[in-house]
Design a protein. Structure first.
Length: 71
């Protein structure tokens, strides 16, 4: 069963960052989808693995990310 995580990525400022973040998310084992929005500085990851690895993947790529929790 896949799980989704929405991430706030405040340091993303250009299309190069979008590309780097999408690649970092997509390269993680089990990720089935990775979408990134520059305008809102958010990313969405869908994975069959643990959600906790996705913020770490972005940290490795040089971006801080925090989970956006819906109310």
């Amino acid at each position: 069963m896949s799980k989704n995580i929405r991430l706030s990525i405040p340091g993303m400022k250009c299309s190069g960052g979008v590309s780097a973040i999408k690649t970092a998310l997509s390269d993680e084992v089990g990720v089935t989808r990775a979408d990134v929005e520059l305008d809102t500085r958010t990313g969405l990851g869908e994975t069959n693995s643990e959600l906790s690895v996705l913020p770490g993947a972005l940290k490795t790529a040089g971006f801080d990310a925090t989970e956006v929790v819906s109310a």
